[in-house]
Design a protein around this ligand. Sequence first.
Ligand SMILES: C[S@@+](CC[C@H](N)C(=O)[O-])C[C@H]1O[C@@H](n2cnc3c(N)ncnc32)[C@H](O)[C@@H]1O
Length: 224
Amino acid sequence: MNDEVRKYYVSAPEKEISSDISAKTFDIWNVIEFWRKKLDIGNRLLDVGVGTGHFTYQALRKGYNVIGIDFLEELLEKVANKFPELKGKLHVVNVFDEKSVSEFVRKFNQFDIVTILGLVPNHAENKQQLTASLYNITKFSGVNSLIVEDLLIQEMFPGRPEIYWSEFTHTLTSLSELGEFFKKYGLRLLDAYTIHEIYPAVSEYDKELDEHYIRLFIHKPPRK
Ligand SMILES: C[S@@+](CC[C@H](N)C(=O)[O-])C[C@H]1O[C@@H](n2cnc3c(N)ncnc32)[C@H](O)[C@@H]1O
């Protein structure tokens, strides 16, 4: 358990934790629905790193059969109080911990759609942990499933160190590491978008922060 990350999330304002999921900036549901129809993908959705629960709740309201996981019980309790319909659908799982992931999959089986929004793998303390989380995430996804994953990529930030500190440590991955990951699991890249989130200046940092990352739509194909 990364104490730095825990400390941040138990006190951070909701606006900072939550990705902007308004259709104004990027209509994620449109893209998910497009690929679901095209590839005949089911509606069992796992939301990894629920944070404020807004996305998980949207998925539920849209008729998805939803489960949400996060490594912070405190956050899950807040989400269950805010959205009582999600009670019983939220579980503590640490995606950096292979045992925690495998136990969860044994109990709940694999999913048709796995969403990992808000740079969860980049919360890793080092490269090894980041790579392990990418591999762990594929354990959640069944055959013929869709993985939607946000990632900070090294090549998008020339000169920026692979590991840097903002509110907590962030670890970046590279295109070649991603390529290896795709190859190892026979994954197919369906779509890639760049998302820009502009954070307003705060007292600790007097400039707007243009944090941009890629949102990947990945297909885990059916067995041949
Ligand atoms: C930036 S927030 C994003 C929340 C939400 N997915 C969104 O996009 O609005 C990242 C979330 O990932 C969770 N998280 C971080 N590391 C995790 C881990 N190892 N396993 C599971 N959840 C983790 C944090 O507790 C937090 O709720």
